[in-house]
Design a protein. Structure first.
Length: 178
């Protein structure tokens, strides 16, 4: 049997991408939490479990309980979930959406390794530039490594920017050998 989280993941990702594209992550987060509560209600669950109800009837029931204050696209999302018999996964979708939202909101951990001490003004400028590039606030750690000879190496997750003299010399040596 497939885990509910596995079944819910594509719905959460699709909802999250739609919310990001439309600048409505917070409102979608709230709407999905409300959807999870609505689906968990015993009266609504009876309608959802009724084999005689159509996907449209299930979606209409849930949408009626959600009301008119839901963000754009949520009603269509509910209809798709109803059509695929996945409304009972609303709680898992809400949890996965919240995890994606947390990852989006989280600060990026950046490590700057420099050959010499970096002045505070330069670090502030670098932090502002990285915040813009990464689209996240930056939590910066600065290290000194004299073996770099000069320059710096910046690591943010899987992104590495090697502007060190040692890195440039290594690249030059590799190019000369080929």
């Amino acid at each position: 049997m497939i885990e509910p989280t596995t079944l819910a993941r594509p719905y959460a990702r699709a909802a999250f991408q739609y919310a990001v594209d439309n600048g409505a992550v917070d409102s979608w987060h709230g709407a999905l939490e409300t959807l999870a509560a609505v689906v968990a209600d015993s009266t609504v669950a009876e309608v959802l479990d009724d084999p005689a109800s159509t996907a449209t009837q299930r979606a209409d029931t849930v949408s009626a309980v959600l009301g008119d204050d839901i963000p754009a696209g949520v009603a269509q999302f509910v209809a798709v979930m109803a059509e695929n018999h996945r409304l009972m996964l609303a709680a898992e979708v809400a949890v996965l959406f919240a995890e994606l939202k947390s990852a989006l909101d989280a600060a990026a951990t950046v490590t700057v390794t420099s050959a010499f001490d970096v002045p505070g003004a330069t670090l502030e400028q670098l932090s502002a530039t990285l915040t813009t590039k990464l689209g996240k606030t930056v939590d910066m750690t600065v290290e000194t490594d004299p073996s770099l000879i000069g320059g710096a190496i910046i690591r943010a997750g899987d992104m590495v920017i090697d502007g060190s003299v040692r890195g440039r010399l290594h690249k030059l040596a590799t190019t000369l050998k080929s």
